[in-house]
Structures are given as C-alpha cells and as structure tokens.
Design a protein around this ligand. Structure first.
Ligand SMILES: *[C@@H]1O[C@H](CO)[C@@H](O)[C@H](O)[C@H]1NC(C)=O
Ligand SMILES: *[C@@H]1O[C@H](CO)[C@@H](O)[C@H](O)[C@H]1NC(C)=O
Ligand SMILES: *[C@@H]1O[C@H](CO)[C@@H](O)[C@H](O)[C@H]1NC(C)=O
Ligand SMILES: *[C@@H]1O[C@H](CO)[C@@H](O)[C@H](O)[C@H]1NC(C)=O
Ligand SMILES: *[C@@H]1O[C@H](CO)[C@@H](O)[C@H](O)[C@H]1NC(C)=O
Ligand SMILES: *[C@@H]1O[C@H](CO)[C@@H](O)[C@H](O)[C@H]1NC(C)=O
Length: 389
C-alpha cells in the first residue's frame, strides 16, 4: 500500500515537472549537448522514435542549443512527442540554413505533439535588416520557424516561438491540429513575421495563445474548414485575417471560422477578410463568426475588403468574384484607432450576403465609430453603426 502510494506520488511528480522518464529519448543519448549544434542528434532521435511501435517522447532538456534546418517526416508507427524545455537557436546567418524554407519542418505524421516550456529562437534581427524588402530589391523569402505539413491529430503546446526570420508557423494540409498555450513573440517592426498561417487544413484550433509580432497574428489562406481561434491575445501585429484570397486561380473555398474571446491590442487591423479584385477566381468564403472581442486602439477593427490591392500590384477595374456570406460580428467592444470602425467593401458582382452585426460598440476619441459599406446590407441587432456609402 505504502509502496503504491509512493509510486503514484513519484509518477505524478515526474509528470508534473516534465522530467524525462525512463524510455524517453533524451537528446543527450544522441550526442545532443547544450551549447552545440543538435541537428544531427535531433534527426537520429527522430529516426528511432518514428520506428518505435509504442508512443515515444524525445526530450530536449533545459539549456541553450543551436540547430540548423531540420526536416523530419512520417508516417511513423506510433505517436511521437517532442518536449523542448531548452532554448534552441537558429543560425543567425541565413546561409547556414542552406536554403531551407522552414527551420523545423514536420511532415506526414499522425499524433505528433510538440510541447515543453522551451523557446525556438529564430534569431531574426540580422536577417530582417539585411533582407528588408522595402529597401532591398533582391530580398529573398526567408526561413520560417516552423512548417507543419500534412499532420493529423497533432498538438503544439506551451512553447514559445521567438523572432522568426519570416512567418513563425505555417500549417498546411493538417487535420485536427491544436495550438494551446503557445506563445509567439517578435517586435512590431519586424517584417513578415506573421504568427500562424493556416492553409488547406481542417479542424485547426488556436487556443490560449499570445501573439505579438510584426505582421498578421493569425491568417487563413484558402482551403480551410472549421477553424477555431479562442482566448487569443494579439498585439502588436496586423490582426486576425482571412486572406488575402484570389491572387492565384487554383484557390479553394474557405468555410467555417469561429474567433471567440480574443483581444486585439494596438494592431493595424482587427478582424479582416480580404480578397483581390480583377481575378477570375469564383470561390466562396462562408460561415465566418467573430464574437466577444475586445479591441484597444485598433486601426481597422472590423473590415471586409474585396478591393485588397497592396502597393497597387493589381487593377481595381474588375470586381472580385469571390462570394462572401454568413459573416457575423457579435459583442465587439473597445477602441478604434480610426473614425471608421467598420468597413465592408464587398464586390459589385458578388455582393456579401448574410452579414450581421450584433452589439458592435467601438469608439474613436470617445465617440461612436461609423461604418462604410458597399454591396452589402448588414443586419443590425443592438448597438452597431449604421452603414454610410
Ligand atoms: C491524415 O489524414 C488523411 C485524411 O484522412 C489521410 O489521407 C492521411 O494519410 C493521414 N496522414 C497520416 C500521416 O496519417
Ligand atoms: C484530435 O487530436 C487529438 C490529439 O491527438 C485527439 O486527442 C483527439 O481525439 C482528436 N480528435 C478527433 C475527432 O479525432
Ligand atoms: C468542427 O470542429 C469541432 C471541434 O472544434 C467539431 O466538434 C465539429 O464537429 C467540427 N465540424 C465540422 C463541420 O467538421
Ligand atoms: C477569455 O480569454 C482569456 C485569456 O485571454 C481567459 O483568461 C478567459 O478565461 C477567457 N474567458 C472565457 C469565458 O473563456
Ligand atoms: C495593450 O498594450 C499596452 C502596451 O503594450 C498595455 O499597456 C495595455 O495594458 C494593453 N491593453 C490590454 C487591454 O491588454
Ligand atoms: C495607437 O496606434 C497608433 C498606430 O497604430 C500608435 O501610433 C499609437 O501610439 C497608439 N496609441 C496608444 C495609446 O498606444
């Protein structure tokens, strides 16, 4: 009895404090020592884990490590968890990433978990300066911190992604993928450091996540279904964005987004849906729901923009053919950085349908904000600005 109690207590202790347990693959077993490059050790640990017929955990304990670009693939035989409690640093010099588009790329795995209290530090500042596309015409697509491609039933928990050279996270072709308690941090002025970009994925959840960065906090590309963003704080950054869509002609519909209980603080945009004009694409964007959102000093808090055309890269002559429908904004409160709290610029050939505003209460300099609308007849309940052309 006593022995059992002690055993249980001890097991709980191990779990609670995240210590490596017997059977875990500590990176040191593969030659991965602090203050050294663990790329090879990581690959060796992955090869062993992926061949295991029982669930296995790779552990990278506290300490500072360096790592080059690592690309690991499944399918694997059993669930794999990678627990990172240390800080892993990317090469400062992009040359040492050998042209990789993503620093840690994980592909074609079922039941993958990335956890721990560690930090993936993309060491972006030098690259941001050398590669600023506003001043350098030969700027290149830089390496993202993470690429999660074609993962099923997977989780990213607790970790921090810091100072990525480009987007922090790209999610592509995943099913049932959850980010929980994740943290993203980069300075407001860092270029293209989007937080999480999701494309062609189903059932992705971003929960309890703080995102401070220089570009979109969360952006949804084409082909996404049933995405949930909940209890997320965003700022600084460019807000939560669907799109831009319509730039390429092979894009797929976006259906099912719930953004709930989120805060946007000092962001350039709040909740945004954007499509390019003058493209032949006729996809639909439907079932987009935003509720219980607090804004603080957000420049364009609520915006649907079907004339999205940054740096005049396109012509606004022909309207977007993308059809946007069933979009609701409910209980949206706080302060706007501009007088127009709501902008709905929909397409003249595919007007927005089923747009609803319920209690959209935003102020600018203490006064209620206005709404500017085209090709949409929003249904208003409770307090919300009425449309002007
Ligand atoms: C993920 O799920 C898809 C769709 O069910 C399936 O085709 C694919 O093989 C799965 N991938 C893995 C790595 O299990
Ligand atoms: C989604 O993935 C999680 C984590 O692997 C798993 O616990 C859950 O059962 C999955 N949900 C479905 C509907 O498959
Ligand atoms: C969307 O995801 C939720 C869980 O987040 C799940 O309960 C629901 O069945 C999914 N809906 C569709 C249409 O896939
Ligand atoms: C809303 O999100 C915050 C975290 O940003 C969390 O602390 C709070 O519990 C959430 N509220 C609800 C009702 O889920
Ligand atoms: C917004 O950000 C500012 C500056 O970082 C901070 O002082 C303030 O408390 C934040 N507001 C909210 C509501 O989180
Ligand atoms: C509000 O946002 C603007 C730019 O988006 C910024 O210049 C200003 O400092 C912010 N105000 C506060 C009080 O944070």
């Amino acid at each position: 009895m006593k022995f059992t109690i002690i055993t249980i207590f001890f097991s709980l202790f191990l779990v609670d404090f995240g210590f490596a347990q017997q059977g875990d693959l500590d990176i040191s077993r593969f030659g991965g020592k602090p203050n050294s490059d663990i790329s090879q050790a990581f690959l060796s640990a992955w090869t062993q884990a992926c061949a295991s017929t029982t669930a296995v955990k790779i552990v990278i304990p506290a300490g500072t490590y360096q790592m080059g670009a690592v690309d690991v693939k499944g399918p694997c035989k059993a669930p794999i968890e990678v627990q990172v409690d240390g800080t892993i640093q990317a090469p400062t010099n992009v040359v040492n990433l050998k042209g990789a588009d993503q620093w840690l790329k994980v592909q074609h795995v079922n039941s993958f978990t990335l956890s721990g209290k560690g930090v993936f530090d993309g060491q972006g500042p030098t690259a941001w300066k050398q590669n600023d596309c506003t001043t350098n015409k030969n700027c290149k697509m830089l390496c993202m911190n993470f690429g999660f491609n074609f993962l099923n039933n997977s989780i990213v928990r607790d970790l921090t992604s810091k100072d990525s050279k480009n987007f922090h996270v790209n999610v592509l072709g995943c099913n049932n993928m959850t980010f929980d308690g994740f943290k993203i941090s980069a300075p407001a002025e860092s270029p293209n450091t989007d937080g999480i970009h999701i494309g062609r994925s189903t059932d992705v959840k971003v929960l309890n996540t703080n995102i401070a960065t220089g570009d979109d906090c969360i952006s949804l590309g084409d082909g996404n279904k049933n995405i949930t963003v909940q209890n997320v704080n965003c700022g600084p950054g460019h807000g939560i964005s669907v799109g831009s869509l319509g730039r390429y002609d092979n894009e797929e519909a976006v259906e099912g987004l719930l953004v709930k209980n989120c805060t946007l603080n000092n962001t350039d945009n709040g909740l945004r849906i954007k499509t390019w004009p003058s493209t032949p694409l006729t996809i639909t964007v439907t079932d987009m729901h935003f509720e219980d959102i607090t804004m603080e000093n957000v420049s364009n808090p609520v915006i649907i923009d079907q004339e999205y055309c940054p740096w005049n890269q396109c012509s606004k002559k022909n309207p977007s053919k993308i059809k946007i429908s069933k979009v609701s904004f409910k209980n949206i409160k706080g302060t706007s950085g501009t007088k127009e709290g709501v902008i709905f610029i929909c397409s003249s050939v595919a007007p927005c349908e089923g747009v609803e505003m319920t209690d959209v209460d935003l102020t600018f300099n203490g006064a209620a904000t206005t709404a500017k609308c085209a090709n949409v007849k929003p249904v208003i309940t409770g307090k919300a600005p009425t449309c002007a052309a």
